[in-house]
Structure formats: structure tokens, C-alpha cells
Design a protein around this ligand. Structure first.
Ligand SMILES: Nc1ncnc2c1ncn2[C@@H]1O[C@H](COP(=O)(O)OP(=O)(O)OP(=O)(O)O)[C@@H](O)[C@H]1O
Length: 263
């Protein structure tokens, strides 16, 4: 359960169980402070700070957004660029704390956000699998037992000893997806993670996600710019536009409305 600074209280696991919920986003607002001028170096920043010329303007990335995700739901999030989809997922994953409102989570999360962010690119893939595994909370013995499975899924066996700085973005995504889904998460968060993989790997990931959904009732939150992919993978969707929740409902209805806005 995430900390929260404001009046709306996140629900505890028992309360979430009673409602059969995996995720509850309650009146969430996220405000970012953005520098009002461009400063290109620490020196410029320091001078502006000393002259008291450092100004910020507030940017509301999410404005009073609420929705509930039941256990086993597969929810897509659609919306145009900069509408707040990734910000929403980061709040659900606990990477960001909302400025207002509360986000309650029921279960362990595998966040596939900013894939490879936990990797040290100077290290080899072998070392990074252990490093990333430890960051996700797995014991070394667990990674030892699943190492072959991770490498086979990622299809990087021939490059295991190569520093990951020499990997392509698609290869990094393969390793990250593979490590993150080797356990069965209660909640899987996928943010454009698959877009850098080639179509064969994307198909493989979709299959793995379907397995998690069908065999383990994993709850999924899925952001993709491919409406077709959202329709294929998800059963429900929300549409966030410029920080506002525009629609929440069955995936076909939400995607149809979103498409008609673009036409
Ligand atoms: N750390 C930050 N500081 C300032 N502004 C931010 C920060 N993170 C996101 N934003 C702003 O919040 C808005 C929403 O960003 P977000 O990445 O959530 O959008 P998105 O819907 O995922 O976009 P895209 O489809 O382009 O990936 C954008 O205008 C972005 O510039």
C-alpha cells in the first residue's frame, strides 16, 4: 500500500479484497513543477537561483481521475501524446506519489515501465539479470533456478557476456520483459514496453500476457498507441485526454469513441 499525503485514504488489502479490487484510483491529481525558462547547465541554474530568477509553473498532468480495476481485469489506457497515461501507470506502480487523491493496490506488481531503467549498461546481460531480479525482489536462488528460462524467453543466449550498452533497445526490452514476468505477478503494468520489440517478440509477449491472464487471473494495465493491440489484449479500457478521464468502459466502446475523435 502506498503512502499518501492527503485526505483521501488508500484502502488496505482486506478492504480491497472485500470489493474484489486490484487497483483503485481515487480522485488522483498530479501536478508537476516545470521550469519556466530553459537552463542548460548547472551554472545557469545556480546563477538563476542566486538572482532569485528561478521560476516554475505548474502543470496539471492528471486532474481528479478515478477508476477501479477488478481482479483479473485487463485494462487498456488510451489517449493522445502527453495525456497522462504513463504518469497514471507510474502512480499505480508507486514510482510517483500523487499530488492529491489516493491509489490503492492489492497484490504484488510487475511494472514494465521504462524498460531497462534498472539495468547497469556497463554490465553484461548475465549480471543484469541478477541485478534486475534483485531489484524486483527475487532471491539469487530463484534467479539461479529460472536463469535458463529467462535467457530462452529473451533469446539472448549468444550475447549473455556482452555489456548491455552494446544491446539494441529491443534486446534490452526482451531481457527486461523476461525477468519481470518470470514470476506470476498479481498485477502486470505494461507501458509501451513491447513497442521496441520486433513483431515476433511482441507476439511472444502477448502470448505470455494471455497465459498470465488465463491461467493465473493476473490483472493487467496496458498502455499502447496501437489501438488494435489494446483491442486484442484488453477487455476494458479508459481514455485519458489532456489529464482528464474521458471514458471508462468495454474496450470496443472506448476504442471506437477514441478512433472517432481522431477521424
Ligand atoms: N517529471 C515530469 N516533470 C514535468 N512534467 C512531466 C513529468 N512527467 C510527465 N510530465 C508531463 O506530463 C504530461 C503527461 O505525460 P505522460 O508521459 O504521462 O503522457 P502520455 O500520455 O504517457 O504520453 P505519450 O503517449 O506521449 O507517451 C506531459 O505533458 C509531460 O510533459
Amino acid at each position: 500500500m502506498k503512502k499518501n499525503k492527503n485526505t483521501i485514504r488508500p484502502l488496505n488489502a482486506a478492504e480491497m479484497d472485500a470489493l474484489d479490487l486490484a487497483v483503485k484510483v481515487d480522485d488522483v491529481t498530479m501536478v508537476f513543477n516545470m521550469a519556466s525558462q530553459q537552463l542548460n547547465s548547472f551554472k545557469e541554474y545556480f546563477i538563476a537561483f542566486a538572482k532569485r530568477e528561478l521560476f516554475f509553473k505548474e502543470f496539471v498532468a492528471l486532474d481528479s481521475v478515478s477508476f477501479e480495476v477488478r481482479k483479473g481485469d485487463v485494462y487498456g489506457i488510451v489517449g493522445t501524446n502527453g495525456s497522462g497515461k504513463s504518469t497514471m501507470l507510474k502512480i499505480v506502480a508507486g514510482v510517483l506519489d500523487p499530488t492529491k487523491g489516493a491509489c490503492s493496490i492489492n497484490g504484488n506488481i510487475a511494472p514494465l515501465i521504462e524498460l531497462g531503467a534498472g539495468f547497469d549498461l556497463e554490465l553484461s546481460a548475465r549480471e543484469n539479470i541478477y541485478l534486475n531480479g534483485a531489484l524486483l525482489g527475487y532471491r539469487k536462488q530463484y534467479i539461479d533456478e529460472h536463469f535458463e528460462e529467462i535467457v530462452d524467453f529473451a533469446e539472448v543466449r549468444d550475447f549473455l557476456e556482452l555489456p548491455m550498452k552494446n544491446y539494441s533497445s529491443g534486446m534490452i526490452a526482451r531481457v527486461a520483459f523476461s525477468v519481470a514476468t518470470v514470476i506470476v505477478p498479481d498485477i502486470l503494468i505494461v507501458d509501451e514496453a513491447l513497442s521496441v520489440g520486433d513483431m515476433f517478440f511482441q507476439e511472444k509477449c502477448e502470448k505470455r500476457i494471455s497465459e498470465l491472464i488465463e491461467e493465473h487471473n493476473t490483472t493487467v494495465l496496458f498502455v499502447s498507441h496501437s489501438i488494435e493491440q489494446v483491442e486484442r489484449v484488453c477487455d476494458k479500457a479508459i481514455w485519458i485526454e489532456k489529464g482528464h478521464l474521458r471514458m471508462n468502459g468495454p474496450v470496443e466502446e472506448v476504442c471506437a469513441a477514441y478512433r472517432s475523435m481522431r477521424e
